[in-house]
Design a protein around this ligand. Structure first.
Ligand code: RIB
Ligand code: CA
Length: 302
């Protein structure tokens, strides 16, 4: 696995997406971000991605993706991420976006310029599925696709489904059947790797105003994320970045998977005997993950 290949991120920031973006920027050759509707509307996830990049001093492209799932109405998560999608911090104003980019054309531009790419997806898979459907000739260029989504057991938006796969189950099923080298991190492990309050407090040691931003955002998130516990808060999407840079910190199972698209189990991840195998995380070295995140964020110290 080669992490020197350029990296593209598809996200729906979102508090954990924001932390995942900062981790990726610190470690990987990120060439840009596409945003998708999920935690909030695409207008809000677009603004939030631009806000986080600006706070990190990065001027990478942000491309606007789909405003709704492939075939069903959008369901957002304002109860978790707030009305803005990134509540908890008063971001400074941003200049008007000088040259709006759109995800499908931006992705084609990026893929035409690179022989291979690594791809990290941390929101509903609408953009990823749409691009793969419309650009099958680009599939072979994806080295690894690391996804935060799904759950082999349980759920967080219904008892059976994880939010990203619930919002766009058709897209998730298309991507899991695509044959790409997929590394899937679901709630089975993200609900174990909880970030303690002490680690959130250490965000304030990072360079201003980024440290204050992260601390304020996670003060909000830790009180709104449904799986937050006394021992800590989930960092979901951050683990999709870790899956690319440190797959050895997970225990993986390799099996074909599909996603239920109808009925009460909509969005549920199910093993199937048809289709290509994907790697799905079944355990994680929690101490190793928290130590890795702490070390990664040191790159943002004053
Ligand atoms: O279920 C957790 C996932 O849904 C994370 O990606 C979070 O950001 C939300 O999008
Ligand atoms: Ca997300």
């Amino acid at each position: 696995m080669d992490t020197t290949w350029p990296v593209i991120l598809d996200m729906d920031p979102g508090h954990d997406d924001a932390l995942a973006l900062l981790a990726a920027l610190a470690l990987l050759p990120v060439v840009g971000v596409s945003v998708v509707a999920g935690n909030q509307t695409v207008d809000k996830t677009f603004l939030n991605a631009r806000r986080v990049l600006a706070m990190a001093g990065q001027s990478l492209p942000v491309a606007r993706g789909y405003a709704k799932p492939l075939v069903r109405p959008l369901r957002t998560a304002a109860h978790v991420h707030g009305a803005s999608g990134l509540d908890g911090y008063a971001f400074p104003p941003l200049p008007e976006d000088p040259a709006p980019l759109y995800a499908m054309s931006w992705l084609e531009t990026v893929f035409s310029a690179q022989p291979h790419l690594n791809w990290i997806a941390t929101g509903p898979l609408t953009n990823v599925a749409a691009f793969l459907l419309g650009h099958p000739h680009r599939r072979h260029q994806v080295r690894r696709l690391c996804i935060m989504g799904g759950a082999l057991s349980g759920g967080n938006i219904t008892p059976a489904a994880e939010f990203n796969f619930y919002v766009d189950p058709e897209a998730a099923a298309i991507v899991l059947a695509s044959g790409l080298d997929i590394w899937l991190v679901g709630l089975d492990v993200t609900h174990r790797a909880l970030l303690p309050a002490s680690a959130i407090d250490r965000f304030r040691e990072l360079r201003p105003p980024l440290g204050e931003m992260l601390w304020s955002l996670f003060q909000f998130f830790r009180h709104h994320e449904p799986h937050s516990r006394e021992r800590g808060t989930p960092i979901h999407d951050v683990l999709a970045v870790m899956a690319l840079v440190h797959p050895e910190l997970f225990e993986w199972r390799e099996t074909p998977l599909t996603v239920v698209t109808e009925g009460a189990d909509r969005g549920a991840l199910k093993p199937t005997d048809a289709g290509p195998p994907v790697h799905v995380a079944v355990n994680v070295d929690v101490d190793g993950a928290l130590a890795w995140l702490d070390e990664t964020l040191q790159r943002y110290r004053p």
